[in-house]
Design a protein around this ligand. Structure first.
Ligand SMILES: Cc1cc2nc3c(=O)[nH]c(=O)nc-3n(C[C@H](O)[C@H](O)[C@H](O)COP(=O)(O)OP(=O)(O)OC[C@H]3O[C@@H](n4cnc5c(N)ncnc54)[C@H](O)[C@@H]3O)c2cc1C
Length: 477
């Protein structure tokens, strides 16, 4: 009888793991178990008036690097090439990004020449921060917060304005708590290997082998900065669902896993409340803290390491305006915590993907709320009303972008614990988990945003690697 692999969680990581398992020459029997009635996890696209697309989670995927290329390969394998909406390198959404500081929008310098020009809100051209970086000594600690790393190498202004904002934009997190080793491994490694991040990035670029396809070549030739899909990014999990079903993968929805126990024959019993599944191997693609609660008592050390990986909440407010114009054209802007503790940034969705504006077209922007403002309210047990979040977002759009008229359409979603936080020492939690799994020879493999990257590309890669490990073939690096 063939092996049975049960995959926990039908977000993009669990779907990717199931996909790669199902394509093996001798695939095991695969059962994907998802708690909710929908697949895709945080990837969710909603259609609004006139067919406009509103992304409640991710809205753009980066094509760069080996992982970006692999995701494009997956898109082609699923037959979605004609659905791809690229943002080409010469487009304003590729070239222009802004910081909102001191009550004004400031364009971040782009290109080499930009480094030599005065670039407010920074007091000096960024060339000086680069020079400091090239001469700063190598760090000695096994890990460091992003803030401390950036301050040491690039100076206090870059740390408190640029890196603080970047951490809010990517992780909705605090640069004074997040780990540079785990959040920005390429920067950490570049310093380790070449003493300087700039040197390391320059010398290390383009070394990893990348897959190739017509779509990947096009993305390279046109220097895409990101891409989406015509009907929204949720098209990707939907296409995976269709593919998996055609390959005979059993997909159980609306079935929260409520416990895992190891039987005498070292097979798992996956408890679903009223029923259960037997599995030779489990791939967990649910958040680490969720898995921590599902594990049996004999895996307590693993459960402890996983439960220590926390996540933060983000309120996503999609706004659409009729007849309105933005003061600038670009991808969007980020807001450092010193400027506003609650507004993480605003994405100008219509600039990057006007094809999704609906008919008649209306200007779409998304305000992301989070940070210490949301955390403090959550800690106090505050009840978040839709009105409060909408008001906060509309005020930000009015103050920061001059969008003073009421929006014609608005969606408000508070995503609880949606972005894992790789805080200082995250690598030690991963090491503890890996060591426990290896020493106990548990038939369990971890995948998902909780571990080694939160971007959609990272999650897809984590699913691919988990499948390769289960199939007994180490994935290409
Ligand atoms: C607001 C927001 C904006 C983002 N923007 C971007 C972006 O622009 N670009 C980008 O690359 N990335 C972005 N990301 C990150 C990226 O979308 C996520 O990290 C990624 O989608 C996570 O996928 P996952 O499968 O690992 O986890 P999830 O999406 O969390 O999936 C886990 C699944 O497990 C299920 N589950 C939980 N408990 C159980 C249980 N007990 N039994 C069974 N199933 C269970 C859940 O229902 C869920 O479907 C964004 C994330 C958010 C929240």
């Amino acid at each position: 009888m063939g092996r049975t692999v049960v995959v926990l969680g039908g977000g993009i990581s669990g779907l990717a793991a199931s996909y790669h398992l199902s394509r093996a020459p001798c695939p095991p029997k695969v059962v994907l178990v998802e708690a909710s009635e929908r697949l895709g996890g945080w990837i969710r696209s909603v259609r609004g008036p006139g067919g406009a697309i509103f992304e409640l989670g991710p809205r753009g995927i980066r094509p760069a690097g080996a992982l970006g290329a692999r995701t494009l390969l997956l898109v082609s394998e699923l037959g979605l090439d004609s659905e791809v909406l690229p943002v080409r390198g010469d487009h304003p959404a590729a070239k222009n990004r802004f910081l909102y500081v001191g009550g004004a929008l400031h364009a971040l310098p782009s290109g080499l020449r930009g480094l030599f020009r005065p670039s407010p809100p920074f007091s000096k051209p960024l060339f000086w921060a680069g020079l400091r970086e090239l001469t700063a000594p190598r760090g000695k600690d096994p890990d460091e917060t992003v803030h401390s790393f950036a301050q040491r190498r690039l100076g206090p202004e870059v740390a408190s304005l640029a890196m603080d904002s970047l951490c809010r934009g990517v992780f909705a997190g605090n640069s004074r708590e997040l780990s540079v080793r785990s959040c920005f491994p390429s920067l950490f490694q570049a310093e380790r290997t070449h003493r300087s991040v700039l040197l390391g990035l320059l010398l290390g670029a383009g070394q990893s082998p990348q897959p190739d396809s017509a779509l990947i070549s096009q993305a390279r030739a046109e220097r895409w900065s990101q891409w989406s899909l015509r009907g929204g990014l949720e098209t990707l999990p939907q296409a995976l669902n269709t593919h998996l079903t055609s390959r005979g993968v059993r997909i159980l929805r609306g079935q929260p896993v409520c416990g895992l126990s190891l039987q005498a024959d070292r097979r798992w019993k996956v408890s679903l409340g009223d029923s259960s599944l037997d599995a030779d191997h489990v791939i967990s693609a649910v958040p680490a803290s969720v898995l921590g609660k599902l594990l049996p008592a004999e895996a307590a050390p693993l459960a402890r390491a996983l439960s220590a990986i926390t996540a933060v909440s983000v309120a996503v407010v999609n706004l659409q305006y009729r007849g309105a114009r933005l003061p600038v054209q670009g991808f969007g802007h980020l807001v450092p915590s010193s400027e506003d503790p609650g507004v993480l940034g605003i994405v100008y969705d219509s600039v990057a993907f006007p094809e999704q504006d609906g008919s008649p077209p209306g200007l779409r922007v998304t305000v992301m709320l989070g940070g210490s403002w949301l955390q403090t309210l959550e800690a106090r047990g505050a009840v978040f009303s839709q009105e409060l979040l909408q008001q906060q977002a509309q005020e930000a759009a009015a103050t920061q972008l001059g969008l003073k008229e009421p929006p014609s359409h608005c969606l408000v979603h508070l995503h609880k614990n949606c972005i894992p936080q790789y805080t200082l020492g995250h690598w030690q939690k991963l090491e503890a988990a890996t060591q426990f799994l290896a020493s106990q020879r548990l038939p369990l493999t971890l995948a998902g945003a909780s571990y080694e990257g939160v971007a959609v590309n990272d999650c897809i890669e984590s699913g691919r690697q988990a499948a390769a490990r289960v199939l007994g073939s180490e994935p290409d690096s």
